[in-house]
Design a protein around this ligand. Structure first.
Ligand code: PNS
Length: 162
């Protein structure tokens, strides 16, 4: 049974992430969408919120499971007996960072493979940071994220007393 992980910050998850996960889930028996928890990094959404949004987005996919991890990705793969890392590519500008990360992970864990899935052209401009900015300044993001993300963004920007 081939099991892969699609790791990321998912702050928040976008339709571009969902596209990559769906394509990866068609290749592997099981795909884990795993959310990084990095205590050094500031996220808009807590891990619980990022987890809830990803769970909602993949509820119709029986072979996609949502999880979270902290520390080194390769340690997590070994602990969970996952063999493959899936990453999405939107543009050449993604490639350098992804290539470095894949080589670093191979240095740390030679048995782990990284594969890249190219996004659909309509998602090539999409990023979580753009979603956060566009929403905050009143732009429309309906075609870019699932409805549960819009609900969470509303709550974060317009309901929270902070
Ligand atoms: O969505 P992102 O922020 O581009 O995802 C980056 C992620 C989570 C894949 C990467 O930062 C990661 O794997 N972090 C865990 C720490 C780690 O293993 N670092 C060594 C690889 S360079």
């Amino acid at each position: 049974m081939k099991r892969a992980v699609y790791p990321g910050s998912f702050d928040p998850i976008t339709n571009g992430h969902i596209y990559i996960a769906e394509r990866a889930a068609a290749i592997f028996d099981e795909l884990w969408v795993s959310i990084l928890v990095n205590p050094q990094k500031h996220y808009l959404f807590s891990v619980e919120e990022r987890y809830a949004m990803a769970r909602d987005a993949f509820s119709a996919f029986p072979n996609i499971r949502v999880d979270h991890f902290t520390g080194l990705l390769v340690d997590y793969l070994r602990q969970q007996d996952l063999q493959v890392i899936v990453r999405g590519l939107r543009a050449m500008s993604d490639f350098e960072y992804e290539f470095q990360m894949a080589l670093m992970n191979r240095q740390l864990a030679p048995e782990v493979e990284t594969i890249f899935i190219v996004t659909d052209a309509k998602y090539s401009y999409l990023s979580s940071s753009a979603i956060r900015d566009i929403f905050q300044f009143g732009g429309s993001i309906e075609s870019m994220v699932p409805p549960c993300v819009i609900r969470h963004l509303h709550r974060r920007f317009f309901s929270d007393s902070q």
